[in-house]
Design a protein around this ligand. Structure first.
Ligand SMILES: Nc1ncnc2c1ncn2[C@@H]1O[C@H](COP(=O)(O)OP(=O)(O)OP(=O)(O)O)[C@@H](O)[C@H]1O
Ligand SMILES: O=P(O)(O)OC[C@H]1O[C@H](OP(=O)(O)OP(=O)(O)O)[C@H](O)[C@@H]1O
Length: 229
């Protein structure tokens, strides 16, 4: 057995994760070609690198197929209803900051808060005969947030990317997505609701609570966590 460390296989998150570990004396590298999802770990013994989609890392942690994994708080909390029982936060990594927010068209001058959205949603239903559509890939988080906020007359429509475009494309009236600089929202003529912050997220190192560990793995995990902590 060895300790399995899952990290994002591409993009900003992968590069910054490699950099974060390098600063702590652990070198992560891809083996083989750019397209081969295998890698090596040096600077600490007994650890295997597993390159995965950021979105799959929560499930792999919950299933106990990886011992440690790097992914955003948003993805862990969205994908794992029992995330606190299934994973343990080892370290926030200080990058990949993004806020999951509700946004509506800028031209909705009367809608600036959740209460306004609730009123607009009721009026929308009365007028159109169907519920106002909110596009998102964060179904669980957004549903829980709107339930707690008392907003009822809406439906979630699934959007796995380019979510801000759904309003212009007339497949949704509002969106809930992560925003970092706000550029994508502005470019798509959307504005944030003042009290529409669902979750603050950043890239985080998680530990699985269910991955099987031998005595040797336990020692390796302790050493690794001490080294990066
Ligand atoms: N513009 C951004 N700024 C900062 N963090 C971001 C940004 N976009 C996404 N993230 C964060 O990066 C993580 C991965 O996001 P996302 O699922 O969009 O990545 P992806 O590369 O599309 O992954 P996948 O391989 O699953 O398709 C999430 O935790 C998210 O919060
Ligand atoms: O506030 P900003 O800095 O503009 O960033 C926000 C954008 O970044 C993410 O998209 P990503 O680039 O990952 O593409 P996606 O839409 O396919 O998820 C997110 O879904 C937003 O669209």
């Amino acid at each position: 057995m060895s300790v399995k460390l899952g990290v994002p296989s591409k993009g900003r998150l992968m590069e910054k994760t490699f950099g974060w570990f390098a600063k702590r004396g652990i070198t992560l590298s891809r083996s083989g070609s750019e397209r081969e999802y295998a890698g090596t770990v040096s600077g600490v013994d007994g650890v295997d690198l597993v390159l995965l989609s950021a979105g799959e890392i929560p499930r792999e942690l919950a299933a106990g197929r990886i011992h440690l994994g790097v992914t955003g708080t948003d993805l862990v909390q969205e994908k794992l209803p029992l995330w606190e029982q299934q994973t343990e936060e080892v370290n926030p990594l200080g990058f990949g900051h993004a806020d999951l927010m509700l946004a509506v068209p800028k031209c909705w001058v009367d809608v600036d808060t959740l209460d306004d959205l609730d009123a607009a949603a009721a009026a929308f239903r009365a007028h159109h005969g169907h519920r106002l559509r909110i596009a998102t890939k964060y179904h669980r988080l957004v549903h829980g947030f709107l339930r707690d906020a008392g907003v009822a007359d809406y439906q979630l429509v699934d959007s796995q990317g380019a979510t801000e475009g759904t309003v212009m494309n007339e497949t949704a009236e509002a969106i809930a997505d992560i925003t970092s600089t706000g550029d994508t929202l502005r470019a798509n003529h959307l504005k944030l609701l003042a009290d529409g912050l669902v979750l603050r997220s950043q890239a985080t190192l998680w530990r699985s609570r269910s991955a099987p560990v031998s005595d040797a793995d336990r020692t390796t995990l302790k050493a690794l966590i001490r080294q990066v902590g």
